[in-house]
Write a protein that binds this ligand. Structure first.
Ligand SMILES: *Cc1c(COP(=O)(O)O)cnc(C)c1O
Length: 615
């Protein structure tokens, strides 16, 4: 990299080639002078170096709570977009030196490992990993009461290091302690596993245990608590309980609200986490009076979204449209929107990163500069893409029996396998798809995605794709890659020619995989929902599927109409352009980077949270 870096001590620019460097905690740091290097050696903790010292802990102003966080593909602590967003947000905070601390659970067995047989049947097994190779165990434990018995919690710390060396600590809670009953030791085994009781218990660990752990670790100056989705809502109740005073009757709602920031990710009422009060009272006991809980979380069931809204001063949806949809669902609350992003450096593949390094100095710390991509020569954009595509083709042949062709038009689709994402839509009329491939040019499709173990319709979708692959195999090569994770995600979003997105409106709150594609010059072909309403310029950044807004109709007719539009544009506009006018195609690739990657990134997102919600 030819970027200038910052000296972690004085903050002045340094050039790596000047030679004063130090290897610290697996990272190379650069210094402007011997003085700074000596100063760092004496007190690494003051300058973002581990281990976190008291001063560094006290400097944290914001705590970010999320049920899942995607940090490293070898750490199975996430399932999909929500976790990726949390990881990208914390990565950008580290780059931007935002004094934040992340909070989540450890998950010894992860989400799950996915195996698919030749018919596309999904088999799940526990993920294997060793937390101690990634995170360090912190001394001490805290307790929460669950069903009246004390459950001990310990914490691991993973330092997310930014591009200037500043570290954001991620605290991962863990109940696998000898002093806990066997059942309680399993509470941090799997992400989104088990029954309602298991889920609520994990939310108690995250919310109540999380606040207590931060207090115990010395995070005494926290001013904001960011609830990333309703899973974290119980933290607000714990803050409220803290205000209750000795007699437990003086609740300071204002003080709690002043501290809480809530981001909702769910566009329909059915998606909101809700628990029966019987269960809530059984697990939580009477630490918060039932009457108070019903006042804040709804009279029938404890609605985690409502609870969070009632106790947060700032509430937002994750795209403009999603903010409006949420506002309509909760008319009594002011709901803003902050459109999601992805971490630019993390989601840019090697060949494009090299290209940006050469033409857009400073893009890593300031992704807004990616707008200068319009001046990168077209043939170099294409070369970087060809390299990324070759890497994907190579990986597909390693993992499957499918050998993809470098010259075929390659469509990608990878996200959680669940009904509303409609991975099957492109096969609605398989004969038509076949005809397009025969008349316009060869087409191939790569899929990936896990179905939640209890999501039978989601599993059916995977089987359906396998079926279609068998039937169309002679005309259209189709590969389904197992075990979708963030490494595979990067390979796919950078290695295909077109990124397909076909959710049922309005269920895609934001969607982020298309933003990853944009960072690698890959245009989207997407239903106008979530972020794409903001990122779509027809024929400039990609193409839309279906009408601007969804009429209130049943899914079946929407499937028919969207599929027709998909085939029509693929046949008459997109494939002909790809095969017939490479210059214009690459122009679109450049626009994806310049118009969309420069904006739909977490540096912009986090700065928006800072000004709207944190300050
Ligand atoms: C980005 C990402 C997602 C989210 O994709 P969407 O299109 O936003 O649903 C899911 N899983 C993985 C592994 C990802 O990297």
């Amino acid at each position: 990299m030819t970027d200038t870096l910052k000296d972690p001590v004085c903050g002045m620019d340094v050039r790596p080639e000047d030679g004063l460097s130090l290897s610290h905690d697996g990272q190379t740091l650069y210094f402007c002078s011997q003085l700074c290097m000596r100063t760092f050696r004496a007190h690494p903790e003051h300058y973002g170096g581990a281990p976190a010292a008291a001063a560094d802990v006290r400097a944290r102003r914001i705590a970010y709570f999320s049920m899942e966080v995607a940090i490293d593909s070898r750490m199975p602590t996430y399932s999909g977009g929500l976790g990726v967003l949390a990881g990208d947000a914390l990565r950008s905070c580290a780059d931007l030196r935002i004094p934040i601390v992340g909070l989540s659970l450890l998950y010894w067995n992860g989400y799950f490992d996915q195996k698919l047989d030749e018919w596309g049947n999904q088999r799940e097994s526990p993920s294997q990993w060793n937390p101690s190779t990634f995170a360090r165990l912190l001394p001490g434990t805290v307790q929460v009461l669950i069903e009246g018995r004390p459950v001990a919690i310990r914490a691991w710390q993973y330092d997310i290091r930014g591009c200037t060396g500043y570290a954001v600590p991620l605290i991962l809670l863990d109940t696998r302690l000898d002093e806990n009953a066997p059942e309680d030791r399993d509470l941090t085994s799997s992400l989104y596993g088990g029954d309602e009781r298991y889920r609520l218990t994990q939310e108690i660990l995250l919310g109540v245990g999380g606040v207590r752990m931060l207090r115990a670790l010395g995070y005494s100056e926290l001013e904001r608590f960011h609830l990333n989705e309703g899973h974290a809502s119980l933290l607000a109740l714990e803050l409220l309980r803290e205000t209750a005073g000795a007699d437990g009757t003086q609740w300071d709602f204002k003080a709690v609200r002043r501290q809480c920031v809530f981001t909702t990710h769910t566009p329909v009422p059915a998606g909101h986490d809700q628990f029966a009060y019987d269960l809530v009272n059984r697990l939580l006991g009477e630490s918060i009076p039932s009457e108070l809980m019903r006042m804040l979380g709804g009279s029938e069931r404890l609605n985690m979204t409502l609870l969070a809204m009632n106790l947060s001063q700032y509430v937002n949806g994750v795209a403009k449209k999603h903010g409006e949809v949420s506002q309509a669902m909760f008319p009594g609350h002011a709901i803003d929107s902050v459109t999601n992003g992805v971490h630019s450096r993390f989601w840019t593949c090697d060949s494009f990163a090299k290209l940006y390094d050469r033409y857009i100095a400073g893009w890593v710390s300031d992704p807004f500069l990616l707008r200068n991509a319009v001046s990168i020569p077209q043939d170099e954009i294409w070369d970087a893409h060809v390299e990324a595509k070759a890497r994907l083709i190579d990986e597909v042949s390693k993992r499957t029996h499918v050998t993809l062709a470098p010259d075929a038009f390659t469509i990608g689709f990878a996200r959680r396998a669940t009904l509303y994402k409609r991975a099957h839509l492109i096969f609605r009329d398989a004969e038509k798809l076949k005809r397009i491939a025969q008349t316009v040019g060869p087409i191939q499709i790569v899929f990936a995605g896990k179905a939640h173990p209890k999501d039978e319709p989601g599993k059916d979708i995977i089987r359906h794709v396998f079926n279609q692959a068998r039937e169309l195999g002679a005309d259209i090569k189709i590969a389904y890659l197992e075990n979708h994770d963030i490494d595979l995600g990067r390979l796919l979003t950078s290695g295909v020619d077109l990124w397909l997105n076909t959710p049922l409106r309005p269920l895609e709150a934001s969607g982020t995989s298309g933003m990853k594609a944009a960072h690698n010059g890959v245009p989207s072909f997407s239903v106008r929902d979530g972020w794409w309403i903001e990122g779509h310029i027809e024929g400039v950044t990609g193409w839309s599927i279906g009408p601007a807004t969804a009429p209130p109709s049943g899914q079946d007719s929407e499937d028919v109409r969207d599929a027709e539009d998909l085939y029509h544009k693929l046949e008459s506009v997109i494939a002909p352009l790809y095969f017939g006018d490479r210059k214009r195609w690459v122009e679109i690739m450049r626009h994806c980077i310049a118009l969309n990657a420069s904006f739909f990134n977490t540096h912009r997102m986090v700065q928006q949270y800072a000004t709207s919600a944190y300050l």
